[in-house]
Design a protein around this ligand. Structure first.
Ligand code: NDP
Length: 463
C-alpha cells in the first residue's frame, strides 16, 4: 500500500517539475525560437537547476534564470576589410556580454563561417556557469565573426583582425570585458587584435588573454584547456579507483584543445588513438605518440594543413573521410572539436564498445540525446562547462599576473590549474551526487555554477 502511494507521489513530483521546466522553456522559446543551439544550452541548465531552485526559498519569485538567459548586452557590427586581390569584403562581428554579476565579462572570440547569434549566445550562456565554477571573479561573454580564416594569408588575417578590433575596442577593457581565443582564434589572431587595441587606446593592458609569452601572456595558457580536460577525466576515474594510465582514448579535433589534451594523455600513460578535423578522422592503431603529435602540431599550427596528411607520413594509420571517431573502440572519449559532434547513436556505440568515461574538451559537443544516454548508463560523463574550464581559469590567472605585473613559472601555473580542476570536481560531487551514489556531473556543474551567480544577482538587486 505504502509502495503504491510513494510511487504516486514520485509520479506527481516528476510531472510538477516537468511542467515547471516546460513553462520556463516556453517563455525562452517565445523570444529565442530561431536559436536552436542557445535553446539546447538553456534546456540543459533548466533541467538541472529548476528542481533545485524550487526547493530554495531565497530564490522564489526572483526570476533569476529568466534574467540569466537574457544577455546584458548583445552587440553586432560591420567588419569591412580588403583581401589580397584588393577586393572589399564584409563580415559580421559580434560580442555577447551575457552576465557580469561576479566579474568582468570573460570569454573567447570565434572566427568560423557558422558563427551566428544562436551559437554565440549558447557559448556566452555556458561561459557564465563555467566561469562561476572556476572560483575566479569572471562574468560570462563570447564573441566572434562569420569570417573564415581557412585559406587566408597572414596579411588578410591581420587586416581582418585590425578592422574587427577597430569597433570592438570601445566595448571592452580590462575591468569591463576581456576576450580570448576560441575556434579560429589562436596566438596569431590575438597578437593582431591586441596590437590594434593598444594603438587605439594608447595603453598596454590585460584586455585580451592568450597573449604571447613576451608581451603579457601566461605560461601554460595554450595548454590549459586540453590539460584541464584530462585532469578532470583523471579526477572522475579516481572516484572509481582508476586512472588514465593504460587507457585507450579517442580524441576529436586537432586544434588547440585536442593537441594539448593528447599531450597530457600521453604524459599520464594513456594511448591516443584518433584525432580529426572537419574533413574526417585519423585512426592510428599503434597510438599517436609524442613524435607523431609533434608532426600534427607542426602540420596544424605552422603549415595549417589537413589531418588527412597524417596518413601520408604514417601509412599504417587510416583516414576516415567525413566521419567522427566515436566508432573506434576506446576506454575514454574526449570530444575536443565543436558543438553537437557526438550524437545519440555515437553515444550508444561508445557504450557498446565499453567506453567508461567521457570528458568534454569542446563546448556542448554531445547532443541532449547523447548526454541522456551517458547518464542513463551511469558512466563517468563531464559536460564541457566543468571539464574544459581550465582554459578560462588560466586566462583568469593571466589577468591576475597582468594586474600584479608579475609572471608565474610554468610549475606555479600548472599547479594552480590542477587545483582549480580538482575544486571544480569537488563542487560537482557536492551538488551532483544522487541518492544511489552516482555523480551526475551535469547536475553538479550547473547547480554549483548557478548558485554563485544567483547569489551575486540577489545581492545586487534588479539591474
Ligand atoms: P581550434 O580552431 O584550434 O580547433 C578546432 C578543431 O575542431 C579543428 O580541428 C577543426 O577542424 C575542428 N572543427 C571545427 N569545426 C568543426 C566542425 N563543424 N566539424 C568538425 N570539426 C570541426 O579551436 P579550439 O581547439 O580552441 O576549440 C575547440 C573546441 O574547444 C571548441 O568547442 C571551443 O569552443 C572549445 N574550447 C576552447 C577553449 C580554448 O581555450 N581554446 C576553451 C574552452 C573550450 P577544421 O580545421 O577542419 O575546422
Amino acid at each position: 500500500m505504502y509502495g503504491i502511494n510513494q510511487c504516486k507521489i514520485n509520479y506527481l513530483k516528476y510531472y510538477y517539475m516537468k511542467s515547471k521546466i516546460n513553462a520556463f522553456m516556453d517563455l525562452v522559446k517565445e523570444r529565442n525560437g530561431q536559436e536552436p543551439e542557445f535553446l539546447q544550452a538553456v534546456q540543459e541548465v533548466a533541467d538541472a537547476t529548476i528542481p533545485y531552485i524550487v526547493k530554495q526559498d531565497i530564490y522564489h519569485g526572483k526570476n533569476l534564470l529568466l534574467r540569466m538567459v537574457e544577455p546584458e548586452r548583445a552587440i553586432t557590427f560591420r567588419v569591412p576589410w580588403v583581401d589580397d586581390k584588393g577586393e572589399i569584403q564584409v563580415n559580421r562581428g559580434y560580442r555577447i556580454q551575457m552576465n557580469s554579476a561576479i566579474g568582468p565579462y570573460k570569454g573567447g572570440l570565434r572566427f568560423h563561417p557558422t558563427v551566428n547569434m544562436s551559437i554565440l549566445k549558447f557559448l556566452a550562456f555556458e561561459q557564465v556557469f563555467k566561469n562561476s565554477l572556476t572560483t575566479l571573479p569572471m562574468g560570462g561573454g563570447k564573441g566572434g565573426s562569420d569570417f573564415d580564416p581557412k585559406g587566408k594569408s597572414d596579411n588578410e588575417i591581420m587586416r581582418f583582425c585590425h578592422s574587427f578590433m577597430s569597433e570592438l575596442f570601445r566595448h571592452i577593457g580590462p575591468n569591463t570585458d576581456v576576450p580570448a581565443g576560441d575556434i579560429g582564434v589562436g596566438g596569431r589572431e590575438i597578437g593582431f587584435l591586441f596590437g590594434m587595441y593598444k594603438k587605439l587606446r594608447n595603453e598596454f593592458t590585460g584586455v585580451l588573454t592568450g597573449k604571447g609569452e613576451s608581451w603579457g601572456g601566461s605560461l601554460i595558457r595554450p595548454e590549459a584547456t586540453g590539460y584541464g580536460t584530462v585532469y578532470f577525466a583523471e579526477s572522475m576515474l579516481e572516484t572509481r579507483g582508476d586512472s588514465i594510465k593504460g587507457k585507450t582514448v579517442t580524441v576529436s579535433g586537432s586544434g588547440n584543445v585536442a593537441q594539448f589534451a593528447a599531450e597530457k594523455i600521453l604524459q599520464l600513460g594513456g594511448t591516443v588513438l584518433t584525432l580529426s578535423d572537419s574533413s574526417g578522422y585519423v585512426y592510428d592503431e599503434d597510438g599517436i605518440d609524442e613524435a607523431k603529435l609533434d608532426f600534427v602540431m607542426e602540420l596544424k599550427n605552422v603549415k595549417r594543413g589537413r589531418i588527412s596528411e597524417y596518413v601520408k607520413k604514417y601509412p599504417k594509420a587510416k583516414f576516415v573521410k567525413g566521419k567522427t571517431p566515436w566508432e573506434i573502440k576506446c576506454d575514454v572519449a574526449m570530444p575536443c572539436a565543436t558543438q553537437n559532434e557526438l550524437h545519440g547513436d555515437d553515444a550508444k556505440i561508445l557504450l557498446k564498445n565499453g567506453c567508461m568515461c567521457v570528458s568534454e574538451g569542446a563546448n556542448m559537443p554531445s547532443t541532449i540525446e547523447a548526454v541522456h544516454t551517458f547518464q542513463e548508463a551511469k558512466i563517468l560523463y563531464a559536460p564541457g562547462k566543468a571539464s574544459n574550464a581550465g582554459g578560462v581559469a588560466t586566462s583568469g590567472l593571466e589577468m591576475s599576473q597582468n594586474s600584479l605585473r608579475l609572471k608565474w613559472t610554468r610549475e606555479e601555473v600548472d599547479s594552480k590549474l590542477k587545483e582549480i580542476m580538482s575544486d571544480i570536481h569537488d563542487k560537482c560531487i557536492e551538488y551532483g551526487t544522487d541518492k544511489d551514489g552516482y555523480i551526475d556531473y551535469v547536475k553538479g556543474a550547473n547547480i554549483a555554477g548557478f548558485v554563485k551567480v544567483a547569489d551575486a544577482m540577489l545581492a545586487q538587486g534588479i539591474v
